[in-house]
Design a protein around this ligand. Structure first.
Ligand code: HEC
Ligand code: HEC
Ligand code: HEC
Length: 402
């Protein structure tokens, strides 16, 4: 009899351990899903509590604040069932009503059931914080959440993510991470007049708040000379042979991408380049200096000390200009942004940071000479802008940045 009891206790404790292991595995998975979905950066404000919400998102209709998503019953998601949580994250309908698409459910609707269940388990397990939600500052008539229902009906596809059986596992994993949790489209895909993602121009670039989230379609990345290695490097460390991350992309790198494992980063690079085979690294473009060009004196005088005389860059000081992705973009918006505002010291991960780049007060004439010189010397774009075109780009950057 005692033997039997001991046996029962052993069976029971093994059962409890295995139950516990499953739920802690699920929570662990949920934590990884939360990192890939960058929930933290959008739901934790600088002076606020962890996952207490309160980050402001300007929209054409006014300011929306992210919400408390800790398991606090009164202010957070403590009283949400799994179905209610899943509807908020994937369909954009919470207990408050229809959510504004500042919450990227136009990408998150592709998140799988398994990952959503894990997310729910994780958010139920973190510490509850009592931070109160801020009232949104949306103008009439858009302050009626009901109106968003119509938006959802028009714009939200109910498709969940589907595997493409003609592609490799790595490509499929990269597709899933990029287009669901990574919500890369929310910045890199242009929007139409109703503010919905323009699916016909997937990842082909979008101008947001003064900077261009550039075209990252495979065709464009390959034209610019990106490889799996340089894409993995820029996502993981914030810098690569093709330059660094700056602007609104920086928090994504810091909180999300730099914490993904190498297999997932490789999968994203395979998907972005649409190639399982390693793309060969091309030599960085340096077309020799033309010392008679007025841009040469500007480059040599103001830039070469950090970016290298031949644009080769200096390790841990400044990225290469030769073959640089920013210079290589279809329009010089981010180059002009960088020259007007400089780049303050920014961290890309717990271990990686670059020093600051100063801002400059160039005349429009100098800006034109310098931008043309950079493009003609360090890329194969073969574009020369007039002063009027440069002024137009500059005004676009300034009005977007304010
Ligand atoms: C790009 C920013 C952004 C990201 C990334 C983001 N959220 Fe949100 N989220 C928001 C904003 C803004 C709102 C508030 C929208 C509103 O009130 O209309 C919101 C609302 C929510 C709500 C509804 C809360 C409620 O009670 O109404 C939930 C749940 C939620 N987010 C969960 C998540 C989870 C889980 C993740 C990560 C997988 C995530 N969010 C990632 C911006 C974001
Ligand atoms: C004091 C050193 C310094 C000087 C001088 C300097 N830069 Fe930079 N520059 C940097 C650093 C550091 C970065 C990257 C910062 C980051 O992304 O965190 C950078 C980034 C850039 C970028 C964005 C490309 C990328 O990959 O991030 C461009 C374009 C650029 N510099 C052009 C110039 C030009 C043109 C000049 C001269 C007018 C110049 N820089 C002068 C340090 C410098
Ligand atoms: C919050 C907006 C935002 C989101 C979300 C975002 N990006 Fe970006 N991204 C930008 C901006 C702005 C730039 C341009 C500045 C720069 O070059 O760093 C950029 C630059 C890049 C670059 C460098 C291109 C170059 O030429 O230097 C790559 C690669 C990239 N993003 C990939 C991604 C991927 C993959 C995702 C999804 C995991 C993503 N981005 C999500 C805003 C965003």
């Amino acid at each position: 009899m005692i033997k039997q009891m001991i046996k029962n206790t052993l069976v029971l404790s093994a059962l409890i351990t295995s139950l516990y292991a499953t739920s802690s595995d699920l929570i662990k998975q949920g934590e990884e899903v939360a990192v890939a979905g960058d929930c933290y950066a959008c739901h934790t404000s600088g002076d606020g509590q962890q996952y207490g919400g309160g980050v402001s998102f300007p929209t054409p209709f006014g300011v929306v604040y992210s919400k408390n998503i800790s398991p606090d019953k009164e202010n957070g998601i403590g009283s949400y069932t799994y179905e209610e949580f899943s509807r908020a994250v994937r369909q954009g309908v919470s207990k408050r009503g229809n959510l504004y698409p500042a919450m990227p459910y136009d990408s998150f609707h592709l998140v799988t059931d398994d990952d959503t269940k894990a997310l729910y388990a994780y958010f139920k397990s973190i510490p509850a914080v009592s931070q109160k939600n801020k009232d949104d500052e949306i103008f009439f008539p858009f302050n009626i959440r009901f109106g968003l229902k119509a938006w959802n009906l028009i714009n939200l596809s109910s498709d969940t993510w589907k595997k493409d059986p003609t592609k490799s596992d790595a490509y499929n994993r990269g597709d899933y991470l990029t287009n669901s949790l990574g919500h890369c489209a929310s910045c890199h895909t242009p929007r139409d007049l109703t503010m919905a993602l323009d699916k016909s121009k997937h990842l082909e670039g979008n101008f947001i708040a003064g900077t261009m989230a550039p075209n990252i379609s495979s065709k464009e990345l390959i034209r610019q000379g990106w490889t799996q290695d340089s894409i993995i490097a820029i996502l993981k460390h914030g810098y690569s042979t093709r330059g660094t991350i700056l602007g609104h992309m920086t928090p994504i790198t810091y909180h999300s991408l730099s914490n993904l494992n190498d297999k997932d980063l490789n999968a994203m690079a395979v998907y972005l380049l649409n190639s399982d085979k390693k793309v060969e690294e091309k030599a960085l473009t340096f077309n020799k200096h033309n010392k008679k060009d007025p841009g040469f004196a500007l480059y040599a005088g103001y830039c070469a000390s950090c970016h290298g005389m031949n644009g080769q860059g200096i390790p841990n000081t400044a990225p290469a200009m030769a073959g640089n992705g920013t210079l290589n973009q279809e329009e010089p918006l981010n180059t002009i942004y960088t020259l007007l505002y400089g780049i303050k010291i920014q961290r890309y991960s717990q271990v990686n940071a670059f020093p600051a780049m100063p801002s400059y007060n160039f005349s429009d004439e100098e800006l034109k000479d310098l931008v043309n010189y950079l493009q003609n010397t360090f890329t194969n774009l073969n574009k020369t802008y007039t002063k009027e075109e440069i002024i137009e780009f500059k005004e676009k950057v300034i009005s977007g940045a304010h």
